[in-house]
Design a binder for this molecule. Structure first.
Ligand code: FES
Length: 574
């Protein structure tokens, strides 16, 4: 006799309400489907408009077969899908909307456990934010990266190579026709971006948090082993319900620190900062921006674009995430658990490196220290981040004159103006691109370089903004400056020509002006506040978002979504 479950509050008993709940769901399902066995929502972000996730229907079918086999009942639940490349003004504007919608769907429906199918950048973090806030047993099946594409016989990494090729066109070293010929060869198969961009980073994050079936994070989307793991994940979801293995039981502060270490060793995306902080904020795990500093002492071991050379199917071939984690096992919290109930550390002993050019040994890392450095100073009192492994070493300590752009449109209008007073040592400053200012904190922080300097062979400059950067991008790019200019941050006080000092080793980002001058500018700005700020959206999601979004150092979640409401629903309309 199965014990009473959450779903039995809908289906259990013989009264009219239970009759209604069962009857509308029967449609071919046997009566015993509602006898108390676990009801597993297979939350899928499959969508033709989220092309990186468009194959998740097939993955869902394997999950469902696994759920049935284990004695549960699988129920496919489409939730908002965010296609990173397609959505305007930026997919990040909708991460919290997707998380809120998924959370409410999980809570409102008669389900006992969740299998979360995501892939493209924002989908896994949104699903995890929702799952943590509803606190039902949940595990992720990452949709997997696409296979490596090729151009003229050479591997082509989606994302990173787009940035590189487009800069080559602007520099005049690649023809437009050659550039366009890459369009159909880059995206070779189903799956998400195959660099260590944000999607791959989110898969690594989910596994290092302990929230995937161990060994799943790097399996390419077309690899049949992904479907095997999806089948097994369905079975595990049933077990998790039976064991009441909820996110609040699995996740600890150590789980989040493990994720930071794993992401650092892989050269993962700076976007992990806002997503991990948001997920941790839902749990109340006490994670802060400064905790990301533990990643700065982690060696870079995975030789993957954009920090390195290879792509995700190379990582899987070379041993996968566990082979990377085994090398840094001493930096991991040995007690942090996974969805299986066993610690993550317990899965690493058998991991092997099969190609040391792809996964480096701890003793011969690609870089001694990877991860994300957290900067502070009078230009970023709330913090800012930089990924030193993707930057030019010589620019990590730099002083230069600011060239300021007030918006991405301003940048596009003036960047290639022959009259723009910019030189190689200048510091490009972009503002108005934070969570409130844009709104949605777009991935424009890796701003293009002036064509005039590109033509002279310049390939990197110090760039500073309150924006994010694509996980596939690279350069000496300071991001997530907090508070953003639209929230009154000092980034809004910078003028073209001001001296900017970046010192990554000292973790400093400053505008080198007397305090009195900055105070005078702040006072003047306060007088004109409102005139220069971005207009408040009239209505709808953007209005709600701008009124409630937190700054990047708090994960850019909405203030009223921080924390958990659990899964209880006390009222029924029937
Ligand atoms: Fe979907 Fe990169 S655009 S993962």
């Amino acid at each position: 006799m199965a014990k009473a479950r959450r779903s039995q509050a809908w289906y259990g008993g013989t009264d009219r309400n239970a009759f209604i709940h069962r009857a509308w769901m029967r449609r071919g399902l046997p009566g015993h489907a509602f006898d108390g066995r676990p009801q597993i929502a297979v939350a899928t972000t499959a969508s033709d408009l989220a092309p990186c996730n468009s194959h998740l229907g097939e993955v869902a079918a394997s999950v469902k077969a696994g759920v049935w086999e284990a004695g549960g009942v699988p129920l496919e639940l489409p939730v908002p899908a965010l296609g990173e490349t397609q959505m305007r003004p930026t997919a990040m504007l909708f991460r919290n909307l997707a998380a809120m919608a998924a959370e409410e769907m999980f809570r409102a429906n008669p389900v006992d456990g969740l299998v979360l199918l995501g892939g493209c950048d924002k989908t896994i973090p949104a699903l995890l934010m929702a799952a943590v806030s509803v606190d039902l047993p949940a595990l992720v099946v990452p949709g997997g990266p696409m296979l490596t594409g090729h151009l003229r016989g050479a591997p082509l990494g989606c994302g990173t190579d787009v940035w590189r090729l487009s800069e080559e066109v602007r520099a005049g070293t690649l023809s437009q026709a050659e550039f366009l010929s890459a369009e159909s060869s880059m995206i070779r198969s189903r799956g998400h971006c195959n660099t260590m961009g944000t999607a791959s980073t989110m898969a690594v994050m989910a596994e290092a948090l302990g929230l995937t079936l161990p060994g799943t994070a790097a399996i390419p989307a077309p690899d049949s082993r992904l479907l095997e793991r999806a089948h097994a994940a369905g079975g595990l979801a049933v077990e998790m319900v039976e064991q009441d293995r909820r996110p609040s039981v699995i996740l600890s502060r150590g789980s989040f620190l493990n994720a930071i270490v794993a992401i650092a060793a892989c050269g993962g995306s700076t976007n992990a900062v806002v997503h991990l902080l948001a997920i941790a904020g839902r749990l109340g795990a006490g994670l802060t921006l400064d905790d990301f500093e533990i990643g700065a002492g982690v060696p870079l071991l995975a030789n993957l674009q954009p920090s390195g050379r290879y792509l995700m199917d190379d990582l899987y071939r070379a041993g996968g995430l566990h082979a990377v984690l085994r090398e840094v096992a001493d930096l991991l919290d040995p007690a942090a658990r996974t969805v299986t109930g066993r610690p993550l550390a317990g899965y690493l002993a058998d991991a092997q490196i099969y190609d040391e050019t792809v996964i480096h040994r701890r003793g011969a890392p690609l870089q001694e220290s990877a991860g994300i450095a957290v900067l502070r100073g009078n230009l970023a009192p709330g913090g800012a981040v930089i990924k030193p492994s993707a930057a030019t070493a010589a620019l990590l300590r730099h002083r230069g004159r600011a060239v300021v752009f007030d918006s991405i449109e301003d940048l596009r209008a003036r960047l290639d103006d022959p009259g723009l007073d910019v030189e190689e040592s200048s510091v490009l400053v972009l503002r108005g691109c934070g969570p409130k200012g844009y709104p949605g904190m777009p991935e424009v922080g890796n701003m293009p370089l002036p064509a005039r300097l590109l033509a002279k062979g310049v390939r990197d400059m110090v760039r500073i903004s309150d924006a994010r950067m694509s996980g596939t991008a690279y350069g000496t790019v300071v991001l997530h400056v907090a508070p953003e200019s639209a929230a009154g941050g000092p980034l809004g006080l910078v003028r073209t020509g001001d001296p900017i000092a970046l010192d990554v080793a000292a973790r400093r980002l400053d505008i080198d002006l007397p305090e009195a001058e900055l105070a005078a500018r702040a006072a003047a700005a306060a007088q004109t506040a409102g005139a220069s700020a971005s207009p408040r959206p009239d209505r709808g999601w953007q209005r709600l978002y701008v009124d409630h979004v937190l700054q990047a150092d708090r994960g850019a979640d909405l203030d009223f979504l921080v924390g958990s409401s659990g899964h209880e629903v006390r009222r029924d309309s029937h």
